[in-house]
Design a protein around this ligand. Structure first.
Ligand code: ADP
Length: 505
C-alpha cells in the first residue's frame, strides 16, 4: 500500500524529493531544524497572529474533539513555515518534540526535507504526505495532511498552514477532506473578523469624527452665541442710533419750520415796507405798519427762544450749563410769573389760577431758570388747551421738597407717550400740536434744569381730560459764598415774550 502511494506520488512531491537529493540531504539522518525563532520574536509573532490563532485553535479543537480517541496533532504555521502552535495528542507531541519539532522552528525543505508544512505553503493548496512521501525516513511512520489558509478577500494573502499529523496506520483521506472543510470555515471566520475589524475601525473613526463634529458643533455654538450676543448688542446700538438719527431728523424738520416761519414773516414785512417806501405810501399805511412791526417783534422773540433753547441744550449736553443759585422765595417767583402771564391767557380765553399752601418758602434756586421752567409748562398748557379751559398753578410744601404743579384740562397725552415727552425733539402729536408751534426741545430742557436743581419732574395725564406736570425742588439753601450772582440786566417782559412766543404768534 505504501509503495503504491509512493508510485502515485504527485509531481510536486517528486520534485521536492529531487531538490532534497540535489541538496545532498541524507534521508536516514535527522538533523534538528536550524531556523528557530527567538522566543521574543515568537511571542511578537503570536501576538500579531492572535486573532488568526484564536480562530484556528477553535476549529482545531473541534477536529480533535470530533476525532476523540484518534491520536492526532495539529500544527499551525505562519506563512514562512514557522510553527506557532501545536495542539492534540500529548504522546505524539512529546515524540516529535524529541525530534526537535516544537513551536518556533521553521519547517523548511532545506532542513526537514519533503514535509507537509513547507510543501503546503509552496503549493498553496491541500497536500497530504503519507509515510514514504516524506523524504526523511524518521517521518515514514507519519501521515500528514496540510491545508493553507488565507484571507478570502481581494488580497487573498497566504497566512499560514494548518496540518494534521497522525500515525501512518491511521491514514484516511477523510483527514484532508475534514481539514479542507474546516479551513474553509476558518477562512470565512477570519474574513468576517477582518471585516468586523474594518467596521470597528470605521465605527471608531465615525465615533471620533462624531466626537469631533460634536466638539466643533459646540465650538460653533459658542461662537454663534458669542456672535449673537455681539450682534444683539450691535443691533441694539444700531437701533438706538437709528432712533436717535430719526429723532434728530424730526428735530431738523421742526427746527427748519420753526426758523423759516418767523423769518418768512419778517422777510415779507420788510418787502412790504420797502414797497411802501418806494411808492411813498408809508404815512398812508401807518396803522398797519405798527401791526407789522409788532408781528416782526413777536417773530424775533420766537427766533430768540428757539436759539436760546438750542444753545442751552447744547450747553447742557456739553456740561457748560450752570445755575446761578441764590436763596429765593419760590412762592413769590412762581406767583409773579402767573400774574405776568395772565394777560396772555386772557387773550386766549383761558383762565389761569394760582394757589399755594405756603406764603413764603426760601429755597436755593436760579430764579431765571425757575422762570423758564414754569413759563415753559404754562406755555404748553396754553398750547394744548382750548378756549374756556383752566390752568392751575399750585405750590405745596411737602416737607422734604417744594412741589410746583402746572395743571390743565386740555387735550391730554396718550399713556404710551408719557415717557417720551421729556426726550429731546419729541413731539407727541404733530397734527394736534400744530395748533401751536414747537420744536420738542422745551420739556427736555425743563427736565435738565430741574435736575440741575437736584429736583425731579413727572407728568400725570389722561387723554382728552388734561395733564398735570409736577416739579419737585429740594428744600435747601446755599451759603452766600456759594451763590452765583444772578444777572440783573434781564428784561423780564422781554423774557416773558420770548418764552411765550410760540403760543402767541
Ligand atoms: P414743544 O416745543 O413741541 O411744545 P415740548 O418739549 O415742550 O415741545 O413738549 C413735547 C410734547 O409734549 C409736545 O409736542 C406735546 O405733544 C406734549 N405736551 C407737552 N405739554 C403738554 C400738555 N400740557 N398737554 C398735552 N401735551 C403736551
Amino acid at each position: 500500500m505504501l509503495q503504491q502511494d509512493y508510485q502515485q506520488e504527485p509531481t510536486y512531491i517528486i520534485e521536492s524529493k529531487k531538490r532534497c537529493i540535489e541538496l545532498g540531504m541524507n534521508s536516514s539522518e535527522h538533523e534538528p531544524p536550524k531556523n528557530i525563532m527567538a522566543e521574543l520574536k515568537l511571542a511578537e509573532k503570536k501576538e500579531a497572529y492572535k486573532d488568526i490563532l484564536e480562530v484556528v485553535k477553535f476549529f482545531s479543537e473541534k477536529i480533535i474533539k470530533s476525532l476523540e480517541g484518534t491520536p492526532i496533532v495539529i500544527v499551525i504555521s505562519d506563512e514562512n513555515g514557522y510553527l506557532l502552535d501545536m495542539l492534540g495528542d500529548e504522546t505524539i507531541k512529546s515524540t516529535i518534540d524529541q525530534l526537535g519539532i516544537k513551536t518556533g522552528i521553521q519547517f523548511s525543505e532545506e532542513d526537514m526535507g519533503t514535509n507537509v508544512v513547507s510543501l503546503t505553503l509552496k503549493q498553496n493548496h491541500p497536500v497530504q504526505l503519507i509515510g514514504t512521501n516524506h523524504y526523511h525516513t524518521f517521518l515514514h511512520n507519519s501521515a500528514c495532511y496540510g491545508v493553507p489558509f488565507h484571507y478570502m478577500d481581494i488580497d487573498n494573502a497566504i497566512l499560514g498552514s494548518i496540518c494534521i499529523m497522525t500515525a501512518v496506520i491511521l491514514h484516511n483521506p477523510f483527514f484532508l477532506m475534514t481539514l479542507t472543510t474546516v479551513v474553509d470555515s476558518i477562512e470565512r471566520e477570519l474574513l468576517l473578523r477582518k471585516q468586523n475589524n474594518k467596521l470597528n475601525i470605521l465605527n471608531q473613526i465615525m465615533v471620533s469624527k462624531n466626537k469631533k463634529i460634536e466638539e466643533q458643533k459646540k465650538e460653533l455654538e459658542v461662537v454663534i452665541e458669542f456672535l449673537s450676543i455681539d450682534i444683539t448688542t450691535e443691533i441694539k446700538s444700531n437701533k438706538s442710533m437709528e432712533k436717535e438719527l430719526k429723532s434728530q431728523e424730526e428735530f431738523l424738520a421742526n427746527i427748519s419750520h420753526e426758523l423759516k416761519t418767523p423769518l418768512n414773516v419778517i422777510y415779507s414785512t420788510i418787502q412790504l415796507f420797502n414797497m411802501y417806501c418806494k411808492n411813498g405810501s408809508l404815512d398812508k399805511n401807518r396803522d398797519s405798519i405798527f401791526r407789522y412791526i409788532n408781528s416782526m417783534m413777536k417773530n424775533c422773540h420766537r427766533l430768540s427762544k428757539l436759539i436760546n433753547n438750542i444753545v442751552d441744550l447744547s450747553k447742557i449736553e456739553a456740561g457748560f450749563f450752570e445755575l446761578k443759585l441764590s436763596n429765593n422765595n419760590i412762592v413769590e417767583i412762581v406767583e409773579e410769573i402767573v400774574i405776568s402771564v395772565s394777560a396772555y391767557t386772557d387773550v386766549k380765553g383761558l383762565s389761569i389760577i394760582f394757589d399755594t399752601d405756603t406764603e413764603e418758602n426760601i429755597i436755593a434756586c436760579d430764579p431765571e431758570k425757575i422762570e423758564r421752567i414754569v413759563l415753559n409748562l404754562i406755555s404748553n398748557a396754553i398750547k394744548f388747551s382750548d378756549e374756556g379751559n383752566e390752568i392751575f398753578v399750585k405750590i405745596q410744601d411737602k416737607n422734604e421738597f417744594i412741589e410746583i404743579s402746572v395743571k390743565d384740562n386740555g387735550i391730554g397725552i396718550e399713556p404710551n407717550q408719557l415717557d417720551m415727552i421729556f426726550n429731546r425733539f419729541k413731539q407727541v402729536n404733530k397734527s394736534l400740536s400744530r395748533n401751536a408751534e414747537g420744536t420738542g426741545i422745551g420739556l427736555s430742557l425743563v427736565k435738565a434744569i430741574v435736575e440741575l436743581h437736584q429736583g425731579r419732574i413727572y407728568v400725570e395725564s389722561e387723554l382728552g381730560k388734561g395733564s398735570e406736570f409736577i416739579v419737585e425742588l429740594p428744600k435747601r439753601t446755599v451759603r452766600q459764598e456759594e451763590i452765583f450772582v444772578s444777572s440783573t440786566l434781564r428784561n423780564k417782559t422781554e423774557d416773558l415774550q420770548v418764552e411765550l412766543s410760540d403760543v402767541f404768534f
